[in-house]
Design a protein around this ligand. Structure first.
Ligand code: E4P
Length: 217
């Protein structure tokens, strides 16, 4: 499973990418706004830090606008993935991007039917929003399972990118449901390393080791 970081915070990205475990990055207009920086600067900097896919989202809602913006975003770096909303216009643009060889991440997916259409349009990635579905009273993870089954039934290449992740448990569940990737906020990514029993066990081992008075080096 590929693990992406859902962030526009370059300092945090640098820190976590040093783990060697960050396979890509996703951004969205809210995260760009939160960074307080020009979008093109942020995306270019992220693309220098990460070799894997970096999603940059269009702001236009009409097909021509999405195609023009997508072309500009894709020109930033070869690893840019153009993110488009799951609307009828977004899927028309997705089909055209596929013809042009531009990778796409179709975002704001909340149903398996939407995911089916995105795959038929040739999306490189589909982003089902787990946390927002949970917030809405649904079982977000069911959507991952449904999309997995549909994509496997028809051998679609579109990768399932579990998004709107809120906890390590979401990451585990998405992996169990067969998501190809998950995009994870930095605080959740950091939490993935941790378990209280790991901390307790390490503390015990270190104090027992210190008591031996030995040194390995
Ligand atoms: C995914 O690409 C989105 O940027 C992100 O996962 C949305 O998460 P949120 O629901 O926490 O805003």
């Amino acid at each position: 499973m590929q693990l992406f970081l859902d962030t526009t915070d370059v300092a945090i990205l640098k820190d976590l990418a040093a783990s060697g475990l960050v396979d890509g990055v996703t951004t969205n207009p809210t995260l760009i706004a939160r960074s307080g920086r020009p979008m093109f600067d942020v995306i270019a900097e992220i693309c220098e830090l990460v070799e894997g896919p970096v999603s940059a989202e269009v702001a236009a809602t009409d097909v021509a606008g999405m195609l023009a913006e997508g072309a500009k975003l894709a020109a930033i770096a070869p690893n840019v993935v153009v993110k488009v909303p799951l609307t009828r216009e977004g899927l028309v643009a997705t089909s055209e991007f596929a013809v042009q060889g531009i990778s796409t991440n179709v975002t704001l997916c909340f149903s398996a039917a939407q995911a089916l259409l995105a795959a038929k349009a040739g999306a490189s990635y589909i982003s089902p929003f787990i946390g927002r579905l949970d917030d809405h009273g649904a079982e977000g993870m069911d959507l991952i399972s449904e999309i997995r089954a549909i994509y496997d039934n028809y051998d679609f290449d579109t990768e399932i990118l579990a998004a709107s992740i809120r906890s390590p448990a979401h990451v585990t569940a998405a992996a169990l449901c067969g998501a190809d990737c998950a995009t994870i906020p930095p605080e959740v990514f950091t939490a993935l390393f941790k378990h209280p029993l790991t901390e307790r066990g390490l503390s015990q081992f270190l104090s027992d080791w210190a008591a031996t008075g030995q040194s390995i080096l």
